[in-house]
Design a protein around this ligand. Structure first.
Ligand SMILES: [Zn+2]
Length: 186
């Protein structure tokens, strides 16, 4: 389809909402120390799935002072997290921007291939089920997943899948039942 929306990031808000819904009441939204998130990021980047598909150059991780925005800077190869969003949900989102960058995909920042990679990054952190749950939310919002020729599904995850599944099944209320957070991830 062609038209004025092509190339613009018009699905961004829907992506945020789908992502928030799929993370609710899970370990994805538990606040974590930056040092722990750095460790998780390092483990993710050590996976064969990562090294086989994306740049080996380490991604650095810092906290910023924005109450609103987290981002990935491709020049410095740095993820910057809002203090309000130091969690796996936001880490996975920003890592996905890095993955899109490494693959040289040209599309709107939160387009179909971003979303397909996002599902994989979730799976690479917390196991297949967390990826499937995100894919289901994208489907409900009518947000297609792009085809990613040559990128295989992650074969392992940073956390044992039970970490995600147990909390999910128990309907764990957590300490941080999300109020609507607004756009904290760019
Ligand atoms: Zn984003």
């Amino acid at each position: 389809m062609s038209g004025p929306l092509v190339g613009r990031d018009h699905e961004r808000q829907q992506v945020y909402t789908a992502e928030d819904l799929s993370g609710e009441h899970t370990v994805l939204v538990d606040p974590r120390e930056i040092v722990e998130l750095r460790q998780i990021l390092g483990q993710l980047q050590a996976q064969p799935w990562w090294t086989g598909n994306f740049s080996a150059e380490p991604i650095t991780l810092v906290a910023n002072r924005s109450t609103q925005q987290s981002s990935f800077d491709p020049v410095q190869r740095r993820i910057s997290l809002s203090p309000a969003a130091t969690d796996l949900n936001t880490l996975a989102h920003e890592v996905t921007h890095a993955a899109v960058h490494d693959r040289n995909y040209r599309e709107a920042p939160h387009g179909p291939r971003f979303r397909a990679l996002h599902v994989m990054v979730r799976a690479a952190i917390l196991g297949p089920e967390s990826g499937v749950d995100l894919a289901e939310q994208y489907r409900r919002f009518g947000l297609a997943l792009g085809r990613l020729p040559g990128v295989e599904t992650p074969g392992e995850s940073v956390f044992n899948e039970a970490v995600y599944r147990n909390q999910h099944i128990a309907g764990w209320p957590g300490m941080n039942t999300p109020a609507h957070r607004g756009p904290i991830a760019l």
